[in-house]
Design a protein. Structure first.
Length: 186
């Protein structure tokens, strides 16, 4: 499964004599938040987005702990319910799910503007004629959560993640000093 599965149960549907044709306002806002996030912060991440009517299928999310629409599930886990979806939460959860499924290929620097170590890493790679993709983790939250997921898988959860974080030819190198050492060896 390479796609991230997002399922939204909205307050609509039918159960016995009860029928709700128009989803609630929070369900509609949640749909809008998801779509705009997919178009912006999460652009490029392959997502399967499904909308379901909660009243017609209430038992499906209930098995996972979801009981109050709008219910948002990512890869089968409830991430939000009962209120408008928090955009940052969606970006974090989807980015982390993506990072678990995909590993970086090519050359990447994850950094932030104003970081002297990031400037050094970029300058050293430029001097070595190594092309790379630069990701500003402050301006692009999806890049931040992806970077953190990848780095934590390598260094562990207790070690703080700093910038820059660098991958060369898909292999984790580390920070600015590690780039200097890598380039001296290659």
């Amino acid at each position: 499964m390479n796609k991230i599965d997002i399922t939204v149960y909205r307050w609509a549907g039918a159960w016995g004599p009860f029928r709700v044709k128009i989803p609630c306002g929070e369900c509609t806002l949640t749909k809008d938040v998801i779509q705009d996030s997919l178009d912006n912060e999460l652009a490029g991440i392959d997502v399967k987005l499904t909308f379901r009517d909660w009243l017609s299928e209430w038992w499906k999310p209930l098995k996972k702990g979801g009981w109050h629409a709008p219910i948002v599930m990512v890869n089968g886990s409830v991430v939000s319910q009962g209120e408008v979806l928090n955009r940052g939460l969606l970006t974090q959860v989807v980015s982390q799910a993506y990072a678990r499924l995909h590993h970086p290929a090519g050359n990447h620097i994850y950094g932030k503007s104003g970081c002297p170590y990031c400037v050094d890493a970029k300058r050293n790679l430029d001097a070595a004629n190594i092309a790379y993709h630069y990701h500003d983790v402050v301006k692009n939250p999806a890049a931040m959560y992806t970077m953190i997921s990848w780095v934590k898988a390598i260094i562990g959860n207790r070690t703080p993640v700093t910038v820059p974080q660098v991958w060369i030819e898909g292999s984790y190198v580390g920070g600015s000093e590690a780039v200097t050492s890598y380039l001296a060896e290659h």
